[in-house]
Design a protein around this ligand. Structure first.
Ligand SMILES: Cc1ncc(C[n+]2csc(CCOP(=O)(O)OP(=O)(O)O)c2C)c(N)n1
Ligand SMILES: [Mg+2]
Length: 892
């Protein structure tokens, strides 16, 4: 009796289960899958109400999302496409191996593309739309390390020459070469988007897809069925940027966005999740975030095995293997796989008893099977209401065999010996004779061969070659610019305003302008009120695809929070990375969409260059146009906020970005001159530059623009206020940003108390002076017999007299960077060190950049020249209230 009771219970349970399943089958037959889904949901709710705690899972089993029955037929010629893919594989491999044979250590990657070849080729032959004069194309972010494969295809398409392929990673060779990775800066007719800094491609793609909707909703672009494709590595998803914005994509229902994640289960050092499953982890993350997830794990040969899996033993077994073990199976023999994978259950062994070890070993994975990849892409392209992610399982280094297929070293592999090359050649049927294999000749069939005809015809059908970058956009005329910015030359006429307020006023005016108004894209990361921009909420609205589904709490105020489908402001919420991605999308729309949108991204200066510097670098590489506005800038101008907020060094970072033009202006007219000229240079003259302008929140009267100062404002320095009276002693005082006012005060103190006649100069950009100085120095070095040129700053100061002292709210290195071109040595004051929560006055005393410190620094410099007695300086230190024994702010 004791033994039969549990058996009875188990039997009872089995009967019960069967009955439920049969009922479900009945509902499925009569009501269809939708009805089954609803019924299960009802059951779930009922169970929960009755106190049943249902286990949560965002995962589906470890099998393909699209079943064999649902799979559409493959529309192309499998045989020709396989041959094309093999040729691409060979040339991609040869270019890396050859480059490294010719020049040890030149680098490159074989195994990334080897694993992704099918993922790309199915896209090229069936999905990726090319751009043309009369049609939009797809926007594609290619995985950076897969670039050899993309070049190899373009070589077959006759868009890249034999010589260029030979010169992979040798860009400086005569005849030109190919850049290691996608860089629009280096190959502006080919690459559109830089992706090689991992994580930036995915976040850029998300905001790109959203920006496409923004253009459509605002009527700047016709609605199209173009897609944004982002190809990324599974290891890459560890970068916070890669997954950090995925909820935006689902929230905004971006069904124009498709991620393809090449899940080869490996990154550079080893497995991505040795002890787990990256595919299941990503599935849960994306499903949880509201994406449509399509898993492509098993190739067609597995279909018949899964069909035999009536009691789910195979699916269960698949789900219990961790990635490190899958990797082991990939490199082991069929015998090993039979023993260790299939051997776990006699029913499993039975399923594969008809297969030889060789056949077992060769069971293809989903990401290498064109039929499975095609089905996934088709479903992705047709899916509506959600973005889609395709999780495709592959083997890293697929096809390179002993040289590293599936091995931990494979990412770094760039060499292959003759035997390995021969094996590869044979495996993929490349018509290179045995004797030539070692030379790794590139192979390109005749233009009228079946392969080339097929691929070119496919690209023709799909609208043109990809990737292609072309700029056909009409430049802006900019006729209204003088009128737009002219008013700021007058100054604020007694009113105290900040440079931020002045900028916001310019922005409001630009938004109303006939030519550029609709092209302006204001971008803010939840800081509009900080910068006094709330009036724009009402003026142009905040962009929201859904409009405004609620009555805003402040509806009865003048400046209510207005969201609208045609809203113009991109209020991104607290994400500088997301905002910067929008900035890149808007600032490259001239090339991507042929629309000259002009982005103005204003943010807390400290959370810009320092936090998202790599995105700024990507913007530079992408030839982005537009204006970055570092708000609340200056280490001592932002009172109270302290160490984390007070920026005194972002100009150091921006100096390092070659095509970023930076200014630290003090007055409204300076900003007006800079922005007006910037729009002209970028959008009328088509220069590949963008701007960084720091703006402040200190309010003071904006003076009128001095006659003839425009050139100096743009070049970086002009004489703002000459000494009023002649004095015995002379000085030149250089000031920037809000500290320029302290310099003007110092000028007065020096004149009144110490008989020093000082001229005051406004330095709007140390960076521009530095770049000009070096450019001139270089030219002189290389042209010894010609009349030497003179750097701009030297021209300005060469006829002046007296000591030179500078003060700014940024680190001293900025001013020190131009020292060598000054007629006399520079004494620089700046804000090196950590900020403090304090008042402006205390901060300027602490960092030694206020008027009294500038005056003392001037007297001290005069003393060193023997023009002033030490006692005078000591007395000035006392009289002006300088604490000589205070700690050094640079290190405290
Ligand atoms: C931000 C950043 N960090 C590090 C690297 C160096 N890196 C290049 S490829 C790679 C591994 C890539 O693995 P995965 O994303 O899985 O791509 P796979 O080659 O396997 O397709 C690393 C660490 C980089 N390019 N960018
Ligand atoms: Mg990987």
């Amino acid at each position: 009796m004791r033994n039969t009771a549990p058996k009875d219970a188990a039997e009872l349970e089995a009967v019960e289960t069967r009955e439920w399943l049969e009922s479900l089958d009945y509902v499925l037959q009569t009501g269809g899958p939708g009805r089954v889904g609803r019924l299960l949901q009802e059951l779930g709710i009922h169970a929960r109400r009755s106190g049943v705690k249902l286990p949560f899972t965002a995962n589906t089993p470890y099998i393909n999302t699209i079943t064999a029955e649902e799979q559409p037929p493959f529309p192309g010629s499998r045989e020709i496409e396989r041959r094309i893919k093999s040729l691409v594989r060979w040339n991609a491999l040869a270019m890396v191996v050859k480059a490294n044979k010719a020049e040890e250590g030149i680098g490159g990657h074989i195994s990334t593309f080897a694993s992704a070849a099918t993922l790309y080729e199915v896209g090229f032959n069936h999905f990726f739309k090319g751009k043309g004069d009369d049609h939009d194309g797809d926007i594609i972010y290619f995985q950076g390390h897969a670039s050899p494969g993309i070049y190899a295809r373009a070589f077959l398409e006759r868009r890249i020459s034999h010589e260029q392929l030979e010169n992979f990673r040798r860009e400086l060779k005569t005849g030109g070469g190919l850049s290691s990775y996608p860089h629009p800066w280096l190959m502006p007719d080919f690459w559109e988007f830089p992706t090689v800094s991992m994580g930036l491609g995915p976040i850029n793609a998300i905001y790109q897809a959203r920006f496409m909707r923004y253009l459509e909703d605002r009527g700047l672009k016709k609605r199209s069925d173009s897609k944004v494709w982002a190809f990324l590595g599974d290891g890459e998803t560890d970068e916070p940027e890669a997954l950090g914005a995925i909820t935006l994509a689902s929230r905004e229902k971006l069904d124009n966005l498709i991620f393809v994640i090449n899940c080869n289960l490996q990154r550079l050092d080893g497995p991505v999740r040795g002890n787990g499953s990256i595919i299941q982890e990503l599935e849960a993350a994306f499903r949880g975030a509201g994406w449509n997830v399509i898993k492509v794990i098993w190739g067609s040969e597995w279909d018949s095995l899964l069909a035999k899996d009536h009691d789910g033993v195979l699916v269960r077994r698949m789900g219990e293997i961790v990635d490190g073990q899958w990797q082991k199976y990939a490199v082991e023999s069929g015998d090993y796989v039979r023993q260790h994978f299939w051997g776990a259950d006699p029913r499993l062994l039975d399923m594969v008893k008809h297969l030889s070890d060789e056949q077992l070993k060769k069971l293809t994975l989903g990401g290498h099977d064109p039929a499975k990849v095609y089905a996934a892409y088709k479903a992705a392209v047709e899916h509506t209401g959600q973005p889609t992610v395709v999780l495709a399982r592959t083997i890293k280094g697929y096809g390179i065999g002993e040289a590293g297929e599936g091995k931990n070293i494979t990412h770094q592999q760039k060499k292959m010996n003759e035997d390995e090359l021969r094996a590869f050649r044979t495996r993929f049927g490349i018509p290179v004779p045995d004797d030539d294999v070692a030379k790794m000749p590139f192979y390109r069939p005749q233009e009228n061969s079946p392969e080339i005809s097929y691929m070119t015809e496919r690209r023709k059908q799909l609208g043109g070659f990809v990737p292609t970058r072309s700029v056909t956009c009409e430049p802006l005329k900019g006729e209204s610019l003088p009128e737009l910015f002219g008013e700021f030359a007058k100054g604020s006429e007694g009113r105290k305003i900040s440079t931020t307020m002045a900028f916001v006023r310019m922005l409001a005016k630009m938004l109303r302008d006939k030519e550029i108004g609709e092209l302006v894209v204001p971008i803010v990361p939840d800081e509009a009120r900080t910068f006094g921009m709330e009036s724009l909420f009402r003026q142009v609205g905040i962009y929201s695809h859904n409009g405004q589904l609620y009555e805003p709490v402040d509806i009865d105020t003048l400046l209510y929070y207005k969201e609208a489908k045609e809203g113009q402001i991109l209020e991104e919420g607290i994400t500088e990375a997301g905002s910067m991605s929008s900035f890149i999308a808007a600032g490259t729309a001239y090339a991507t969409h042929c629309i000259n949108t002009i982005p103005f991204f204003i943010y807390y200066s400290m959370f810009g260059m320092q936090r998202i510097g790599d995105l700024v670098w990507a913007a530079a590489d992408s030839r982005t146009r537009g204006f970055l506005l570092g708000g609340t800038s200056g280490r001592t101008t932002l009172a109270g906020e302290g160490l984390q907020h007070q920026d005194g060094h972002s100009h150091l970072f921006s100096l390092a970005v070659p095509n970023l033009v930076s200014y630290d202006p003090a007055f409204a007219y300076e900003i007006a001159v800079i922005i007006e000229d910037g729009i002209r240079r970028m959008y009328t003259n088509g220069e590949s530059i963008f701007y960084y302008i720091t703006v402040m929140n200190e309010q003071y009267e904006m003076p009128a623009m001095p006659e003839g100062s425009k050139d100096g404002i743009l070049k970086g320095i002009y004489r703002l206020k000459p000494a009023e009276k002649k004095g015995k002693l002379k000085a030149q005082l250089l000031g920037s940003g809000a500290i320029l006012l302290e310099v003007l005060k110092a000028q007065q103190i020096l004149a009144e108390k110490y008989d020093v006649a000082a001229d005051v100069w406004s330095v709007t950009s140390y960076q521009e002076l530095y770049r000009d100085g070096h450019a001139v120095e270089r030219w002189n070095r290389l042209h010894p017999t010609e009349k030497p040129r003179v750097p701009y700053v030297a021209q300005m100061l060469e006829k002046t007299e007296g000591v030179i002292v500078s003060a700014s709210d940024y680190v001293k290195a900025m001013a020190d960077s131009i020292d060598r071109w000054l007629p006399r040595p520079l004494v620089s004051l700046g804000t090196d060190g950590f900020g403090r929560s304090e008042t402006r006055a205390s901060l300027r005393d602490f960092f030694e950049v206020d008027a009294k410190h500038i005056a003392v620094a001037t007297l001290s410099a005069l003393m060193r020249e023997g023009k002033v007695d030490a006692k005078v300086v000591a007395q000035a230190i006392k009289d002006l209230g300088v604490n000589a024994e205070k700690p050094n702010p640079a290190i405290s």
